[in-house]
Design a protein. Structure first.
Length: 221
């Protein structure tokens, strides 16, 4: 096996995963959402997300030579308790979102469509699964090949693109402006998660901020 991961191989991995996730959305997640409700639906969707994203991360990291990664795949799971910027950014995200919701809704109110099952998907599963695959593997490889700024820009744009399969299967169909707004937001968040990962050399700051963003947006939007 080559001791580095070529740009061609890396791009192919991204494209293949994008196609796999689109097929999963069409063939598994959409039928689950149509035929199940409540906790059975939630557990089935969570299991699918974990199997595809975490399974993909484990497979890709297992096949990647150590020299191809900027951050050791085992050490990236160690919490960096001394990373002060992580605490500051987490607090800033909380204040920003709560202030935005307060201004928009003239106070904090729980979204009437919010259900307890969302705590599993948007707080526990999505952040861990997406950070593990995207920052723990894809961005990790890019950091070895490019500068932080270039690697972070590439992975942030790719991260936004990986949300397109979900948007394509969202019912009702999203408007063009919603598409653009969502993709810009996801790309910006992807860049933030990438910066946290690169500077802390740990997955946990990004996971914490990612989970907090997702659950607050789901709870109060």
């Amino acid at each position: 096996m080559s001791r580095t991961i070529s740009t061609r191989r890396f791009t192919l991995q991204l494209i293949i995963f994008w196609i796999i996730w689109l097929l999963v959305q069409l063939g598994i997640n959409t039928p689950i959402e149509h035929h199940l409700t409540g906790w059975p639906e939630e557990l089935a969707l969570d299991a699918t997300k974990l199997a595809v994203w975490v399974g993909g991360a484990i497979l890709l990291l297992h096949r990647a030579p150590t020299e191809a990664l900027a951050i050791d795949q085992r050490k990236q799971w160690r919490p960096n308790w001394h990373f002060a910027a992580g605490y500051a950014i987490w607090a800033g995200i909380v204040v920003y979102l709560l202030a935005e919701f307060w201004i928009v809704h003239h106070g904090l109110r729980v979204n009437p469509t919010f259900i307890p099952e969302y705590w599993g998907r948007y707080f526990l599963v999505v952040g861990v699964a997406e950070e593990f695959l995207f920052r723990g593997y894809f961005f990790n490889v890019l950091l070895k090949k490019f500068s932080l700024a270039k690697a972070n820009t590439i992975q942030a744009l790719a991260f936004a693109c990986l949300h397109i399969p979900r948007y394509l299967t969202t019912v009702p169909v999203m408007s063009p402006m919603t598409w653009v707004g969502n993709l810009i937001t996801v790309a910006a968040l992807g860049a933030l998660f990438g910066w946290l990962y690169a500077k802390s050399r740990s997955l946990w700051p990004g996971i914490a901020v990612h989970m907090t963003w997702d659950i607050l947006v789901t709870l109060f939007a």
